[in-house]
Design a protein around this ligand. Sequence first.
Ligand code: R5P
Length: 291
Amino acid sequence: MPDVDTSKEEKKFYEDVPMKTPGFFLKGSGSLDWGMKNRLARIFNPRSGRTVMLAIDHGYFQGPTTGLERIDLNIVPLVPYADALMLTRGILRTTIPPASTKPIVVRASGGPSILKELSNEEIALDIEDAIRMNASAMAIQVFIGGEFETRSVHNMTRLVDMGLRYGIPVMAVTAVGKEMVRDAKYFRLACRICAELGAHFVKTYYVPEGFETVTASCPVPIVMAGGKKIEVLDALKMASNAIQRGASGVDMGRNIFQSENPVAMIKAIGAVVHKNLSPDKAYEMFNDLKK
Ligand code: R5P
């Protein structure tokens, strides 16, 4: 059993030296199989190397979330503006038109509702069903430090094994318990564990202090999770900061679909992510589009 890392030496992340990506445009993905790379290239735009994923999977543990009460009315019109959709198979099959060619990142874990211990999840999808739905990736929660940490990590590693068998990438989602500190040290730990154990990309939260060390120490792409609804300009600043500090995109939900103008918001976020538009300019864009 190795000792815990008690070195007094300052850690060196070389945040200003991007990791080389031989063989493919995405970090850490150069040795993957063709099918895996092809699916990743549907999610991440090969020109910018980035993605704007629209997360609408909240119902899998909290039911009809504000803004997602009627996905047919509120979300389907937004689909053309996202690079990829993150959702459950139930919503995909009932509500998303099959003629849509948008890449799908399908929720593959579940179990507890908001009324129970959330880390007590299981894999909730067969790989055959992911293939049937033509999924471009599968998403699973990993609860580092949570009550059922080991189970959630093993759920992820089993999903990675299944994904590798058929060429479907896995996105690990770092889920943080209410009582845990959300800082760079925690997210470095959580993201690195997910990548070390096989996740092909990781969704994690932005932290103002040291986010660049989270992205630098994770050898696969990171997409920023949105979190609860905040002011438009603050959400644009958060997305911009995450991108400028090494994130390969965003996977946002509430800050888009709970916006007063979701189409304007997803377009403004898209400009920040793919075109490096400044938050102030993107805010102007949001207000113009809103009119
Ligand atoms: C994580 O628990 C799920 O993927 C969420 O549904 C998703 O991350 C929420 O997105 P947002 O926090 O941007 O609303």
